[in-house]
Design a protein around this ligand. Structure first.
Ligand code: AMP
Length: 200
């Protein structure tokens, strides 16, 4: 059945899925999603196995399941704002925000945002970097979901949560497409509601 023209959150009963918000959210097909992710050894530098999701996102069914998988657990959590982390967090976060009926704000690398920003430095799997957010990107008391493609060491997400809280936002969750278990990013995010769709 062609589902492309269904309303967001409305799923055909004959697929065994229930409408988002009225029951359990659709579970993504983990094997299907994993099969569509391309692994690039030694990118961007030797020793890093890069999880390239462009091959998954270009696939209509894959992209749909990714968005449903990330948004599903937060459908009833009254999320006001999704904060997506540069750059793949923009693609995923924008779609998730639309699905949740929330707004979207970007967190970017240093020097990219045009207006007044606040900043936070953080450790990355491959280096040290700095993240910024516009100082009016989150309103005091807003319920915020942080979205990114990969959680590796957790440093990027931790810095993002700090930026959101500095502006007075309430972090209700962090949703990632991919969790790299060996790097134990969750240890750095103790106390946070961390949700991941795929684990490696
Ligand atoms: P971390 O701060 O260590 O959790 O790193 C997370 C950020 O780095 C995310 O924005 C990811 O896009 C990126 N990243 C880290 N490791 C990888 C990897 N192996 N493949 C793809 N992206 C990665």
């Amino acid at each position: 059945m062609d589902n492309r023209h269904l309303e967001p959150g409305v799923y055909p009963r004959d697929e065994g899925l229930q409408g988002v918000g009225v029951g359990p959210h659709p579970q993504p097909n983990v094997d299907l999603l994993k099969a569509k992710i391309r692994h690039i050894p030694d990118f961007p530098k030797p020793g890093i196995l890069f999880y390239d999701i462009t091959t998954l996102l270009r696939d209509r069914e894959g992209f749909k399941q990714v968005v449903e998988g990330l948004a599903g657990p937060y459908i009833n959590k009254l999320v006001d704002l999704v904060v997506g982390i540069e750059s793949r967090g923009f693609i995923l976060g924008g779609a998730v925000a639309d699905r949740l009926g929330a707004g979207f704000s970007p967190v970017r690398k240093q020097g990219k945002l045009p207006s007044r920003t606040i900043r936070e430095t953080y450790d990355l799997e491959y280096g040290i970097d700095c993240l910024e957010i516009h100082d009016d990107a989150v309103q005091r008391g807003e319920r915020v979901l942080i979205v990114d493609d990969v959680i590796a060491t957790g440093g990027t997400a931790k810095a993002t949560a700090a930026l959101v809280r500095t502006l007075g936002g309430e972090v209700v969750g962090m949703a990632f497409l991919i969790e790299l278990l060996a790097l134990n990013g969750r240890a750095k995010l103790e106390g946070e509601d961390v949700y991941t769709v795929l684990q490696y």
